[in-house]
Design a protein around this ligand. Structure first.
Ligand SMILES: [Zn+2]
Length: 217
């Protein structure tokens, strides 16, 4: 299969990424391996990190996770205290958060939940991402869950065994509050990555939904 490159960053220097999560661990679960690859291969990347619902210990977990995951590539950390499970009820507040980030940075790439995600907070954030960040490449990540909304993605990022191990260890080290939950385990995380790897001719991969791509050749 032909591999497509994202191309050079718009300013010719560094990719500007906006990473959007409804909850503290969403981005790490959906795109942790991709982010590890991105900052390793493009160390000047600048990531603006946004979490809508990061309260109490979950806020502290988000802070430690981002520092460890991105290091100097973390350009800004926007952690908000919206109520978990009730983001659609504060649609205007969530939209103001995203518009504020859009005024601060014009990203090349936006990582967002999928508009097909059945968790109400994820889906609301996904829809708002398309409103706030017109012109960016929006890659929608996937999060396995009870709702059973695993779909058919269109973009794959192959990952090495080392990156997969680093992602799984990172999740367990930085999101201790989630470790007791029945879905939060190494087997699930590796299974999703293995499945997506098979689909793209790799051992492991993360996958995304891209509703719109512009080819530059
Ligand atoms: Zn979530």
């Amino acid at each position: 299969m032909i591999e497509l490159s994202v191309g050079p960053p718009a300013d010719g220097i560094a990719y500007r990424v906006v990473a959007l999560g409804a909850h503290s661990d969403d981005l790490e679960i959906g795109a942790g391996g991709t982010l590890l690859r991105l900052v390793a291969e493009h160390p000047r990347t600048q990531v603006h990190w946004v979490v809508l619902s990061a309260v109490g210990e979950r806020r502290a977990e988000a802070e430690s996770s981002v520092r460890a995951l991105l290091g100097p590539c973390a350009a800004a950390l926007h952690l908000h205290a919206m109520r978990d499970g009730f983001v659609p009820g504060d649609w205007a507040g969530a939209k103001e958060v995203l518009l504020g980030v859009a005024r601060e940075v014009r990203p090349d790439i936006v990582l967002a939940p999928s508009t097909a995600d059945l968790h109400q907070d994820h889906r609301a954030l996904a829809e708002l991402a398309w409103q706030a960040f017109r012109g960016a490449l929006i890659l929608e990540y996937e999060i396995p869950k009870w709702d059973g909304d695993v779909g058919r993605p269109s973009v794959y990022v192959p990952l090495t065994d080392e990156v997969v191990t680093a992602k799984v260890e990172h999740l367990h080290r930085h999101f201790v509050s989630q470790v007791g939950k029945p879905w939060f385990d190494e087997e699930l995380f590796r299974s999703v990555l293995r499945l997506r790897g098979v689909e793209c001719g790799s051992r492991y991969a993360e996958a995304f939904f891209a509703r719109k791509l512009v080819l530059g050749w």
